[in-house]
Structures are given as C-alpha cells and as structure tokens.
Design a protein around this ligand. Structure first.
Ligand code: BGC
Length: 270
C-alpha cells in the first residue's frame, strides 16, 4: 500500500471524551498538543460530529490536505456504524463516515476505535517486533478488541461482548468502568479479568496479549495478578493509541468507503 502522507490528524471518539492530534505516522509521535473535548451528553450523531469538527479546528500546525482518521466505538462496515454499545442507539445503521465527511468538508478514514488502537500497537507500539497472533484489548468504558495476525488486522472483532460466567455481556463486568462502578480493588478486578483473558486464551491461543486503555499505565497493579500462559504486556500508547492508529490508517490511504477499511487498513508498512 502506498503511503500518501507522513502527517495525519487522528480523532478518537470515546464514551467520555473526543481527543485529537496531529501525528507523525512514521514515528508514531504526536506533533501537536492533544485536544480533548467532552463527549456530548447522550452521544447523539449530530452533537458528536459537531464536537469532532471543533476538535479538528483547534489542532494547531495542520497543513492543507492533511489526511484525517476518525475512530469510533462501534462496528464500522463500509462507513456505516453497525452497533452502539456506549453511545446513542441513533448510530446503528447510520452512514456515519459520510456524515463526518459532509461536516468536515473532505474525505476521512473511519474505523473502529479498538482496531485503530490495535493497529498502532502492532505497527509501532508494544507489538511492533512480534509476529503471530496478537490480541489487543482496551479496558475503558467498554472492552475493545483487535485481532492482528502477522501484522494484518482482522477488523471488527467485538470480543468485549462475550457471554461468559453467566453474564450476557462481559464488558459490563470486566471493563475499567465496571471496576470503578463496583469500586473494586485491583485484586477483585483481576479476578474478573482472569476469567476474561483465560477464555480468550482458550478460544484463540494467541502469541501475545497487549492490554491497553488509560488504565494500562497502572499495569503493575493488575497484570502481575493474572495467571496466563500467553505473554501479556501493557500497551505502549495507552490513551493515545486510537489517535495514532486512525491517523496512520488515514495516511496510508486506507479505510474510505471506497477502499474498504477492513481490507486495506491493515497491512504493515514498515
Ligand atoms: C464496542 C466496541 C469498542 C469498544 C471500546 C465496545 O463496547 O462494542 O466497538 O471498540 O467498546 O470502545
């Protein structure tokens, strides 16, 4: 895949905040301050689109024609959002990529947030030197997941929503938001994570788990409590992985409705 730019804007839409920055997609470094605005109450499409355009307008040093990547916490197929676990149900079946493009006035690359994070971590983060099967999970408002095999992403894995241990939707039990909601100690939370990662291990036999999300900066408090056969390491980029990943995908010319994110977004380029 041809690289069309070495700089790109990455925007990460989350349950609580919408973050964006200018990124050097060769080094994975942020070239600008990170702009963050709160996610509008209710998470409705028009409100989120408006906030995204505000974040973009506040990012300094952006040159004309810089590619824009946006990642979102839902299944994204052909530019359409197919689910809405922690945002308004109005997103389900919405031509979301087109909606953003209309508001921003240009093409964007639009992908799932955990796929973007997984791409960043395996392209130039914690998993960059590792081949084989890597499962990247993000522990935040929900649980995001990315499956990467030999540096190619299998898109739209929704492994946060496994039915497990008598629960319909395990992200509601084991996400970082669940830890906070239930006021769990690291040890209590680790028990829930143990069930989750053991099950993933049984299902996928991965070569590596990369554990991301903001809480992964406290990895020392909970990763050593897990008893897994699979090497398990913290993400390198934590909260910035989504920004870096979707910026990088945008710079590589992937992920438009025309080129189909799922197929082109995933090839390692360095
Ligand atoms: C969503 C995923 C998303 C993850 C992390 C889940 O609830 O279903 O699409 O990647 O949260 O934001």
């Amino acid at each position: 895949m041809d690289r069309v730019s070495t700089e790109a804007i990455g925007i990460d839409i989350g349950g609580t905040g919408i973050k964006g920055a200018l990124v050097d997609v060769d080094s994975g470094e942020l070239l600008s301050d990170r702009i963050k605005l709160p996610t509008p109450e209710g998470g409705k499409p028009d409100d989120i689109v408006k906030t995204v355009t505000e974040v973009i307008s506040q990012i300094p040093k952006v040159q004309e024609g810089t590619p824009v990547g946006v990642c979102f916490p839902a299944i994204v197929r052909h530019g359409v959002t197919m689910s809405a676990a922690n945002v308004s149900k109005d997103w389900i079946g919405l031509e979301a990529e087109a909606l953003f493009e209309k508001a921003i006035g240009r093409d964007i690359t639009f992908v799932n947030d955990a796929d973007a994070a997984g791409y960043a971590e395996t392209q130039f983060g914690a998993g960059k030197d590792q081949s084989g099967l890597i499962l990247v999970t993000t522990l935040g408002t929900g649980i995001g997941s990315a499956i990467v095999y030999n540096h190619r992403l299998v898109p739209n894995a929704e492994l946060g929503h496994l039915q497990l241990d008598g629960h319909e939707d395990y992200e509601k039990v084991a996400s970082y938001a669940a830890k906070e909601r239930d006021d769990l100690s690291w040890k209590q939370w680790a028990k829930r994570l143990q069930k989750y990662y053991s099950h993933l291990e049984f299902l996928f036999s991965p070569d590596l788990f990369i554990v991301g999300g903001g809480v992964s900066k406290h990895y020392d408090d909970f990763l050593p409590l897990l008893d897994l056969k699979t090497p398990t390491i913290p993400a390198q980029f934590r909260n910035n992985a989504g920004i870096l990943g979707c910026a990088s995908l945008a710079a590589h010319g992937a992920g438009t409705r025309r080129s189909e994110a799922a197929e082109t977004a995933v090839e390692r380029t360095n």
